[in-house]
Ligand binder design. Sequence first.
Ligand code: SF4
Length: 118
Amino acid sequence: MRRLDLRHVLGEVDAEELEAEQAEHLDRALRYAEFLGEVLRGSPGWWAQDAACKGYTRTMFPEHGQSAEPAYTLCEVCTVQVQCRQWADETGNAQGGILAGESERNRRSRRVEERRAA
Ligand code: SF4
């Protein structure tokens, strides 16, 4: 069901754009729910309980045009970053968000560099 959107009513966005935007929001919410489910189930390990990002759902998965800086800041002060990074590397389970102070692209580049150096 399509939500009422003032921009659509005012003719600022057409129905197709609105639908694409809403699908993207839903996709992000589902990806983050999956990530949080992993964390809350404790499957990554004891460290997930101490994650600084707990409760900061939208921060860790910044939307298009939204700054990722707050997410990086949380990771910077997080006491379990080492464990988090190891988990992300082992499972590849970043779900498109910022994890252990890295975006998915950063993580892939680092891993390529690490393999080259090995
Ligand atoms: S390092 Fe970042 S993503 Fe990982 S648990 Fe800590 S705050 Fe969350």
